[in-house]
Design a protein around this ligand. Structure first.
Ligand SMILES: Cc1cc2nc3c(=O)[nH]c(=O)nc-3n(C[C@H](O)[C@H](O)[C@H](O)COP(=O)(O)OP(=O)(O)OC[C@H]3O[C@@H](n4cnc5c(N)ncnc54)[C@H](O)[C@@H]3O)c2cc1C
Length: 408
C-alpha cells in the first residue's frame, strides 16, 4: 500500500520517518515541488534552526482552536523531539528562553539528519512535483502535478505549509487542494514578521538599534510586551521583540506600538537623571542634551515631539513640565502600526485549514477518509522561539504514525 505526503518540509519529513518506522510494509513517498526537500529548514533560526523550545505548551499556539495542539504535543513532546534528533545525530543546545538549537549551530545539520533517516528507511522523494489537484477514486487518491505527472495513494498527508516565505516553497497551493476536497480554510494573515509604521515617523531613525521594551496596545488596552533589540528601518520596526509580538497582530486593528527606551528605570528615576543633566549641562543646546544617554537621533525626535523645534534651544530652559513630557516619551514612544511586511517576509501563516474538521488524536480528516494534514497548513501557528517547528515535528509524526497504522 502507498502513502503519499505532499510537501517535503519539516512536518512532511517527520511524517515520512514516523510512517516508515511504524509500518515497514508500506511505500512512503514524499512529493515535493522544489528541487530538494527541506529548503525552509535551512533558513530557520538565522541558519541555526531553533528546532524546539523547552517551555512549549498549548499557550504558545494560536488558531480558532489552539487546544487542538494539546493531545499532539503530549503524544510527541519536546523531549521526544530532542531524543528523535539526538538519535539521528543532532546534539541539542539550550539557549535563552528555552530555545533549542543543534550544538553545531547549523540548520543544515537538522536537514541532513532528516534526509539520512528518510533515505535509510527507503522513503521515495519525488522532487519538482508541484501538486495541483487531488481527486478521490474508489480506493485511492489521485494526485496530479502541474507538469502532468500523477501519483496514486491509499493514504494522503497534506504537509505543504502555508503562504509564508513562498520563495522557500510554501505558496498556499495546498489550501486550494484542501478547499477542493471539502475542507474549510480560515482567513489568512502573515505572522512573525516585521511591522510597518508611518515611514515619516521612523525614517530619521533608520538603522538605529536599541535595547528596549516593546508593548502592543489596542484602543488603549495593553496586549503584550517583549524586551530586546529593536531595529528601526525605512518602513517601520524589526528585531526579535517585533517578531515575537507580531504573533499577536493577525486579525486585529488599531494597534499601536509603544517603545520604552529606558525600561530599567522608573519615570521618577529618569526625571532625576534628566534634571541632573539639565543642571550640569545647562551650557549646552538641545542638540547635545541626550548625547551619552540616548541615540542622538532618537533624542532629537523626542525633543521635536515635545514641541522643541529648534535644536539651538538652551538646555537650561527645560522646565519641569518639559522634563516630564520627555520622560513620558522615553517610557512610552508610540508608533501606529500600519500593517506588516507581508507573507514574503513572514515566518509563518496565521489561519489555515480549520482544525474542527480533523481528529486531534490522529490528524485525520473527518471529511475525507484516509486524508491527513500536519504542520502549518492547519489553522495553528506558534510564538517565535522554536514553537512552530515543534508543532511541525509533533503533528507530522502523529499524522505519519496514524496513516501508517491505518494500513496495518
Ligand atoms: C525565515 C524563516 C525562519 C524560521 N525560523 C524558525 C525557527 O527558528 N524556529 C521555528 O520553530 N520556526 C521557524 N520558522 C517557521 C517554520 O519554519 C515553519 O513553521 C515550518 O517549517 C512549517 O513546517 P511545514 O512542514 O508545515 O511547512 P514548510 O516547512 O513550509 O514545508 C512545506 C513544504 O511543502 C512544499 N509544497 C508546498 N506546496 C506544495 C505543492 N502544492 N506540491 C508539492 N509540494 C508543495 C514546499 O515546497 C515545502 O517544502 C521559520 C520560518 C521562516 C520562513
Amino acid at each position: 500500500m502507498k502513502l503519499v505526503i505532499i510537501g517535503g518540509g519539516a512536518s512532511g519529513m517527520a511524517a515520512a520517518v514516523e510512517a516508515a518506522r511504524t509500518n515497514g510494509n508500506i511505500d512512503v513517498i514524499i512529493a515535493e515541488r522544489l528541487d530538494r526537500p527541506g529548503k525552509k529548514i535551512l533558513a530557520t533560526g538565522n541558519g541555526r534552526c531553533n528546532f524546539s523550545n523547552t517551555n512549549t505548551s498549548t499557550d504558545n499556539y494560536y488558531g480558532n482552536d489552539s487546544n487542538f495542539t494539546a493531545w499532539c504535543l503530549k503524544r510527541f513532546t519536546v523531549n521526544d523531539t530532542v531524543n528523535f534528533f539526538n538519535q539521528l545525530g543532532v546534539f541539542p543546545k539550550e539557549e535563552e528562553k528555552g530555545k533549542l538549537y543543534p550544538f553545531s549551530g547549523q540548520a543544515s545539520a537538522v536537514l541532513d539528519c532528516l534526509r539520512n533517516e528518510v533515505s535509510r528507511l527507503g522513503v521515495d522523494i519525488v522532487t519538482g512535483f508541484y501538486a495541483k489537484s487531488v481527486s478521490i477514486g474508489k480506493k485511492s487518491f489521485k494526485i496530479q502535478a502541474a507538469d502532468g505527472r500523477t501519483l496514486y495513494a491509499d493514504r494522503l498527508i497534506i504537509a505543504g505549509g502555508g503562504c509564508a516565505s513562498p520563495a522557500l516553497g510554501s505558496d498556499g497551493s495546498c489550501f486550494e487542494i484542501m478547499r477542493a476536497l471539502g475542507h474549510r480554510v480560515s482567513e489568512l494573515a502573515p505572522a512573525l514578521v516585521q511591522m510597518k509604521t508611518d515611514p515619516k515617523e521612523v525614517r530619521s531613525l533608520q538603522g538605529i538599534k536599541i535595547n528596549g521594551m516593546l508593548r502592543l496596545i489596542q484602543n488603549d488596552r495593553f496586549i503584550a510586551e517583549d524586551k530586546g533589540e529593536i531595529l528601526f528601518t525605512d518602513y517601520g520596526i524589526s528585531g526579535p521583540p517585533v517578531f515575537q509580538l507580531s504573533a499577536k497582530l493577525p486579525f486585529k486593528n488599531n494597534i499601536t506600538a509603544s517603545i520604552d527606551f529606558m525600561s530599567e528605570y522608573s519615570p521618577k528615576e529618569i526625571y532625576d537623571i534628566l534634571e541632573y543633566r539639565r543642571d550640569s549641562l545647562s551650557h549646552l543646546t538641545m542638540e547635545n542634551f541626550f548625547t551619552g544617554l540616548l541615540n542622538k537621533r532618537i533624542g532629537n525626535l523626542i525633543a521635536r515631539r515635545v514641541g522643541i523645534e529648534k535644536l539651538s534651544f538652551s538646555v537650561g530652559g527645560l522646565d519641569k513640565q518639559l522634563l516630564w513630557s520627555i520622560v513620558s516619551l522615553i517610557k512610552d514612544y508610540r508608533l501606529e502600526i500600519k500593517g506588516t511586511k507581508g507573507f514574503g517576509n513572514a515566518q509563518v501563516t496565521a489561519g489555515g485549514v480549520l482544525t474542527a474538521d480533523f481528529d486531534d488524536k490522529t490528524m485525520g480528516s473527518k471529511i475525507v477518509k484516509g486524508l491527513y494534514a500536519c504542520g502549518e497548513v492547519l489553522d495553528i501557528y506558534g510564538d517565535c522561539g522554536g514553537y512552530n517547528l515543534q508543532w511541525a515535528w509533533s503533528s507530522g509524526r502523529l499524522a505519519g504514525m496514524s496513516a501508517a497504522e491505518s494500513m496495518m
